[in-house]
Design a protein around this ligand. Structure first.
Ligand code: SF4
Length: 924
C-alpha cells in the first residue's frame, strides 16, 4: 500500500513496510551507510545512516526504521551530521592510519565517508595494532582485524549468502572482535574460501591476499566476463593491470550469482599467467624434416615454429589422411571450455570442410545420457527451469547424484539459503554423505548403481498412496499404463533389498514428494555416468510427470552441466548426431539446409562418439584426431587404454593452453588462449547465453581459438579444390570477429535465432529458445506442452552395474571432483592458492575399512582395479559408506581414470565412471 512521507521537505510516495533508507534511495535521496548492504539483513549497528524523524526522541537508523504515513524526515540536519561525524570519529579512533599502504585504499567505504564528512582520527585514539596483521594462514584472504569496524557484514555474508557460519563475534565492549569459528583459523572453521566475506567487507579488514601489493585501485581496469570453470555461469570482473590479470572481484548485478562466487571463480584465475602456458606453435621434428613419423629420440622432439608452418603442416597431414582413408577416418573433439562461436566453427569444420559427423566433446562423458534421456521423454535434452526459479519457489528439492556444493558451489548455496531461510525441504539421494546432507531433511544412502530401483520404489508408493497427479498424467502424458505395470514390480521391501535404503525412509521420502509441490529434481553425474545413464534420466522424467512437476516454477528436471560451456558446445552441434540447435544429422531436410548454407556438409550417417573414436584408432577406423582443449588421457576412462590408442594414431593435432598428459602424443601443438584473452559467449547450465570479454591480449604468439580454427579451415579448403568456389551464403571462413560468427549461428540455429552479441551487451538476459530478435528468451521449458507434444512415460527396470565387487576386488570405487579442483586439473593445478589448500590427490576411505587394513590418517593407500593401480593419501572419512571409496581425477600421478572402465551406456555411450570394483591396501 502506498503512503506519503516527507524527506528534507520533499513529499514522496513510499510503500508500507519499506525502510526509510529504501524509500529514500528509490527517490535518489542519498543516505550514507556502512554496515548496511542491500543483499544482507539490516542491523542498524554502525549508526551512519541515522536521520531525524519529527516527533522521535532519538535519531533513527534509516536502514531499520520503517516508514509511516505522514512521517517527516531530515537526512542532513546539523544533529544528524554531528552524529555521523562522531560515529566516524569513534571508528577512526580504533582504525590504523595506514591508508597510504592499505591494499584497498581508494575502494574503502570508511575512507570515502571520512573524506565526505572531513573527519580525522582523534588525537586520543588507539595508535598501535591490537591484532596480528595477516593473521590467518589461508592463501586467499588477508585478515587484518585492526581495520575492522565491527559492521558484521562478513558475519552476515557468510551466514546469509554462503550459509556456512564461519565468522562470528567474540567478546564484548572494547574487546569485541570478529573471529573465525571459536577463534580458530578460517579453514579449521570449515571455510570454503568463497571470499564472500572479503567481497562485502567495507574496509581493508578482509582483503584479497592473491593480489596484495600489486596495484592501487585507480591503476586497475575492470573487465566483466563469465567464469571459465563450472556450468553455473557466474559473472565477475577480471582486474587487469597492464596486460596482466591480477585478480577477480564481484560484479554486483551478475544475473546468476549477484556478488557470490566460489573459490575457483574468485581465486583460481592465476593459471592464466602460469609459466607453463603455450605461447608458440610446436611441431615434432620429423614433420619439419619431412621424415616418416617416429616416436623415437630426436625425431619426436618438439620444435617451436611459426603459425604458417604449423598450420600448413596440420592442413597437409589432415588432407593426406582424408585422401588415404576418407573423411570418416578423422575425428574432431571440440571443447566445452571454449566459446559457443568456437564450437560452432569446430562443428562446421568437421562437417563442411572435412565432411564427417565425427565431432564430439566431453559432454559424452558427463551429460550425454541427460541429453538422450530427456530428449526421449520430453523432446528436449536441456535443464527445464532456471536456478533462481527453483531456489525461489521449490518447496522440495530432490538432489540425486549431485554433490552440488562442491561441483556447482554457487547454486549449492542457493539451495542452502532456500532451506535455511525459506523453509524448503531437501531430500538427498547419494551413496556418499556429501556436505549438503547437513541441510537435508532426509538422506537416502542407496548403493551405487541402484538409482532406477530407488526411483521405481518411490513411484510405487506415490501411486499406492494416491499421490500421483492424475490430471497432469491424463492431459499431458502418454505411456502411463505400461509404466505403471513396471512400477508394480518394485514394492518397498524389494527396493530396500536392492538399494539398502530402509523401507521407512522410502515411505518418508515418497510422502514428502507426494505432498510438497513444487518439487525440483536436480542431478549431475551421479545419475548420468552409468551404463544405465539414459534410463536413470528417463526415470527422473517419469517421477516429475507422475507428480505433475513439469512446466511450473520451482519444479522441473534440472541436470547441472559440468563445464562452463558444455551446454553451448552441445547447442552448437559439437555432437555426432546433431547440427547446431539439435537438428538431426539423420534428417535429409537438415542436411540439405546446412549443405545449402555452407556449400557442402557430411552425410546423414551419425558420426562416432569420443568413446568410439579413440578406441576406433586400434580398430583402424580413426587415423587422425583434431582435439581442441580436451585431455582424454585424464578425462576418459581406463587411461592406459587411451594411451595405447593415442600412441597408435597416425596424426594428432592438439590445440591447448598448457602441455597436458595428452600432448605427449600430439604431432602438432597449437597454442590457444584462456577465457581472459577472447570475446564471445558461453551458455550456462540453465540455457542462459552470456558474454565473455577479452581482458588482456593473447600471451606470446598464442591466438584466440576461433582464429586458429578459421585459419586451418581456409588452408584445408584451399587444398580441397572440389569444395570451391561456392555461392552458398555461409561457405566462407573470413570472420572479422566472433560477432560475425554469431550472426551465422543466428541464421542457422532456430533456438539461438534472436541471441545476438548486441542484445547481450545491452544487458538483456536471454535463455534459449529465443528464436527472434524481439523474443525475451525462455526461462522455463514445457509450460504448455512438451517439445515432443506429450511427455512419454518409460517403463524402466533396474539393471545392476557392469562391474560387481567380488573376492579379488571387494570395494566399489566412485569418482568425481572436489571443490578446489576442476576436471583434469590442468588449470587448477596451476592456481597457487587452490594447490595450497588441496595440493595432492586424496582417496576417501570409510573408518571401518581403514581399521580393517590398519590404515591410519595420512597413510598412503594403493587402489587396484582390473585395469591399473594408483597410490594416494587416504582421507579416512564417514563421507563414504563401508565397502566404498571415492577418488578424483585431478592429479596425473593418482588419477582415478587409471582404474575406471569403458563400460558404456548403450544409447549415449557414456562410461560407467561411478562404479568400479577395486581392492585397497596400505601402500608401502
Ligand atoms: Fe565459477 Fe561455478 Fe564457482 Fe560460479 S560456481 S564461480 S561459475 S566455478
Amino acid at each position: 500500500m502506498s503512503i506519503h512521507i516527507t524527506i528534507n521537505g520533499q513529499t514522496i510516495e513510499a510503500r508500507e513496510g519499506q525502510t526509510i533508507l529504501e524509500a529514500a534511495r528509490e527517490n535518489r535521496i542519498p543516505i550514507p551507510t556502512l554496515c548496511y548492504h542491500k543483499d544482507l539483513s539490516p542491523t542498524g549497528s554502525c549508526r551512519i545512516c541515522v536521520v531525524e524523524v519529527k516527533g522521535a526522541r532519538f535519531l533513527q537508523a534509516a536502514c531499520v526504521t520503517k516508514v509511516a504515513e505522514g512521517m517527516e524526515i531530515n537526512t542532513q540536519s546539523e544533529k544528524v551530521i554531528a552524529s555521523r561525524r562522531l560515529s566516524l570519529e569513534l571508528m577512526l579512533a580504533n582504525h590504523p592510519q595506514d591508508c597510504l599502504t592499505c591494499d584497498v585504499s581508494g575502494e574503502c567505504e570508511l575512507q570515502d565517508l571520512a573524506y565526505e564528512y572531513q573527519v580525522r582520527a582523534p588525537a586520543w585514539g588507539a595508535k598501535g595494532t591490537r591484532y596480528p596483521v595477516d593473521s590467518d594462514p589461508n592463501p586467499f584472504i588477508r585478515v587484518d582485524m585492526n581495520r575492522c569496524i565491527l559492521c558484521r557484514r562478513c558475519v552476515q555474508a557468510c551466514a546469509e549468502i554462503q550459509v556456512r557460519d564461519v565468522w562470528g563475534v567474540a567478546k564484548r565492549g572494547f574487546e569485541e572482535v570478529i573471529v573465525a569459528g571459536a577463534g580458530t583459523t578460517m579453514l579449521e572453521a570449515r571455510c570454503e574460501s568463497c571470499g564472500q566475506c572479503e567481497a562485502y567487507c567495507p574496509t581493508g579488514a578482509l582483503s584479497n591476499k592473491m593480489n596484495y601489493g600489486q596495484a592501487r585501485v585507480h591503476q586497475v581496469a575492470k573487465v566483466a566476463t563469465t567464469c571459465t570453470y563450472c556450468g553455473v555461469g557466474c559473472q565477475f570482473y577480471l582486474l587487469v593491470k597492464g596486460n596482466r590479470v591480477i585478480g577477480v572481484s564481484s560484479k554486483p548485478d551478475a544475473p546468476v550469482n549477484g556478488m557470490a562466487l566460489c573459490v575457483k571463480g574468485r581465486y583460481g584465475f592465476d593459471f592464466i599467467h602460469h609459466p607453463d602456458r603455450l605461447t608458440k606453435p610446436r611441431v615434432r621434428r620429423y614433420l619439419l624434416e619431412g621424415k616418416k613419423k617416429s616416436r623415437q629420440g630426436r625425431n619426436w622432439e618438439w620444435v617451436e615454429t611459426d603459425w604458417d608452418t604449423a598450420l600448413d603442416l596440420a592442413a597437409s597431414r589432415l588432407l593426406e589422411v582424408r585422401a588415404e582413408t576418407g573423411p570418416d577416418s578423422i575425428g574432431v573433439l571440440t571443447s566445452a571450455k571454449c566459446l559457443n562461436e568456437e564450437n560452432y566453427l569446430m562443428n562446421k569444420l568437421a562437417r563442411q570442410v572435412i565432411g564427417t559427423n565425427n565431432v564430439d566433446h566431453c559432454a559424452r562423458l558427463c551429460h550425454s545420457s541427460t541429453v538422450a534421456g530427456l530428449a526421449a521423454s520430453f523432446g528436449s535434452g536441456a535443464m527445464s527451469n532456471s536456478m533462481d526459479d527453483v531456489a525461489q519457489f521449490a518447496q522440495l528439492f530432490f538432489v540425486i547424484g549431485s554433490n552440488t556444493t562442491e561441483q556447482h558451489p554457487v547454486f549449492g548455496t542457493m539451495i542452502r539459503r532456500a532451506v535455511r531461510f525459506r523453509g524448503a525441504k531437501l531430500i538427498i539421494a547419494d551413496p556418499r554423505r556429501i556436505d549438503l546432507c547437513d541441510f537435508a531433511t532426509l538422506h537416502l544412502r542407496h548403493r551405487p548403481g541402484t538409482d532406477i530401483a530407488l526411483l521405481n520404489g518411490l513411484m510405487y508408493i506415490l501411486l499406492e498412496k494416491g499421490w500421483a497427479d492424475e490430471k497432469f498424467i491424463a492431459e499431458r502424458t502418454e505411456g502411463f499404463e505400461e509404466f505403471k505395470q513396471t512400477i508394480q514390480q518394485y514394492p518397498p521391501e524389494k527396493v530396500a533389498e536392492i538399494t539398502g535404503v530402509p523401507v521407512e525412509k522410502l515411505h518418508q521420502a515418497a510422502e514428502m514428494m507426494g505432498t510438497l509441490k513444487p518439487m525440483a529434481v536436480i542431478w549431475a553425474m551421479g545419475i548420468t555416468q552409468h551404463i544405465t545413464g539414459v534410463r536413470n534420466v528417463m526415470s527422473l522424467a517419469n517421477l516429475q510427470m507422475l507428480t505433475g512437476n513439469m512446466g511450473i516454477p520451482g519444479g522441473g528436471v534440472n541436470p547441472l552441466r559440468g563445464q562452463n560451456n558444455v551446454q553451448g558446445a552441445c547447442d552448437m552441434g559439437g555432437l555426432p548426431n546433431v547440427y547446431p540447435g539439435y537438428q538431426a544429422v539423420t534428417s535429409e531436410e537438415a542436411r540439405q539446409k546446412f549443405a545449402n548454407a555452407w556449400g557442402r556438409t557430411a552425410s546423414t550417417k551419425v558420426g562416432m562418439t569420443v568413446t568410439q573414436m579413440i578406441p576406433g584408432i586400434l580398430q583402424d577406423k580413426i587415423h587422425a584426431l583434431y582435439i581442441l582443449g580436451e585431455d582424454p588421457v585424464m578425462s576418459d576412462p581406463d587411461s592406459n587404454h587411451i594411451r595405447k590408442c593415442l600412441e597408435k594414431v597416425d596424426f594428432l593435432l592438439l590445440q591447448e593452453i598448457f602441455p597436458s598428459e595428452t600432448s605427449q602424443y600430439a604431432d602438432i601443438l597449437l597454442p590457444g588462449v584462456s577465457f581472459a584473452e577472447k570475446t564471445g559467449t558461453f551458455t550456462n547450465t540453465e540455457r542462459r547465453v552470456q558474454m565473455v570479454h577479452r581482458a588482456i591480449d593473447p600471451l606470446g604468439q598464442a591466438r584466440p581459438d576461433w582464429q586458429i580454427i578459421a585459419d586451418l579451415a581456409r588452408r584445408l579448403l584451399a587444398g580441397t579444390p572440389d569444395l570451391l568456389p561456392s555461392n552458398a551464403p555461409y561457405a566462407g571462413w573470413d570472420y572479422a570477429d566472433t560477432d560475425a560468427i554469431m550472426t551465422e549461428i543466428n541464421a542457422l540455429t532456430p533456438i539461438y535465432g534472436g541471441i545476438t552479441h548486441s542484445r547481450l551487451e545491452k544487458g538483456q538476459r536471454l535463455q534459449w529458445p529465443c528464436p527472434t530478435p524481439d523474443h525475451p528468451g525462455t526461462p522455463i521449458l514445457h509450460t504448455k506442452q512438451f517439445s515432443r507434444g506429450k511427455g512419454q512415460f518409460m517403463a524402466i527396470d533396474h539393471i545392476p552395474p557392469a562391474e560387481q565387487p567380488d573376492e579379488r576386488y571387494p570395494i566399489v570405487m566412485s569418482t568425481g571432483r572436489v571443490l578446489y579442483h576442476w576436471h583434469g586439473g590442468q588449470m587448477t593445478r596451476r592456481a597457487r592458492g587452490l594447490m595450497n589448500v588441496y595440493g595432492n590427490a586424496l582417496i576417501e576411505v570409510n573408518p571401518e575399512d581403514a581399521a580393517e587394513l590398519n590404515l591410519k590418517k595420512g597413510d598412503r593407500v594403493r587402489v587396484t582395479s582390473r585395469r591399473g593401480s594408483i597410490e594416494a593419501e587416504a582421507w579416512i572419512s564417514e563421507r563414504v559408506p563401508p565397502g566404498m571409496i571415492f577418488a578424483n581425477f585431478h592429479f596425473p600421478d593418482a588419477s582415478a581414470n587409471e582404474l575406471t572402465q569403458a563400460a558404456l551406456d548403450p544409447v549415449a555411450y557414456i562410461p560407467e565412471y561411478k562404479v568400479t570394483a577395486v581392492r585397497i591396501e596400505v601402500a608401502e
